[in-house]
Design a protein around this ligand. Structure first.
Ligand code: HEC
Length: 118
């Protein structure tokens, strides 16, 4: 009985790892904090010549900010990038499943601080 419950417990933890909380620095850097998120979770689909926006390091900043198309500096809530991350009126991104709140908050902080190319 004890063995069974221990096994059940380990299965539970295998299936539900605690979601890591992404640290949010005082000043969010586009190149150091944001681009690596695109590299890990987005560029398999959002690469050059494929689905817009192009999120590869060479093109992502311009692709996101040009004409405020995906990012409106200072206004994360109105930015379509934010809407895609929370699935508000847009297909949820990444398609595999919604990010942790802390990762979305990191992107929102970058947008609200002016969406700098820093
Ligand atoms: C498995 C492929 C795939 C992955 C991975 C993926 N996307 Fe997408 N994304 C798509 C497709 C396909 C569309 C366009 C069609 C649609 O609306 O479903 C899209 C559309 C978008 C749009 C545009 C929505 C609009 O209003 O035009 C944004 C912004 C976006 N993705 C951001 C991201 C971000 C950020 C990531 C990583 C966190 C990501 N995507 C990961 C496939 C993907």
């Amino acid at each position: 009985m004890l063995t069974v419950s221990l096994m059940a417990t380990s299965c539970y933890y295998d299936e539900m790892p605690a979601e890591p909380v992404t640290p949010i620095p005082e000043t969010v850097s586009y190149s150091k904090d944001i681009q690596p998120l695109w590299d890990t979770d987005c560029i398999s689909c959002h690469k050059t010549g494929a689905t817009s926006p192009d999120l590869t390091a060479a093109n992502s900043y311009l692709a996101l900010t040009k004409n405020n198309k995906y990012v409106i500096p200072g206004d994360a809530a109105s930015s379509s990038l934010h809407k895609s991350l929370v699935g508000d009126g847009a297909a949820i991104m990444p398609t595999a499943g919604k990010w942790s709140d802390s990762k979305i908050a990191l992107v929102d902080k970058w947008i609200n601080a002016g969406a700098l190319n820093n």
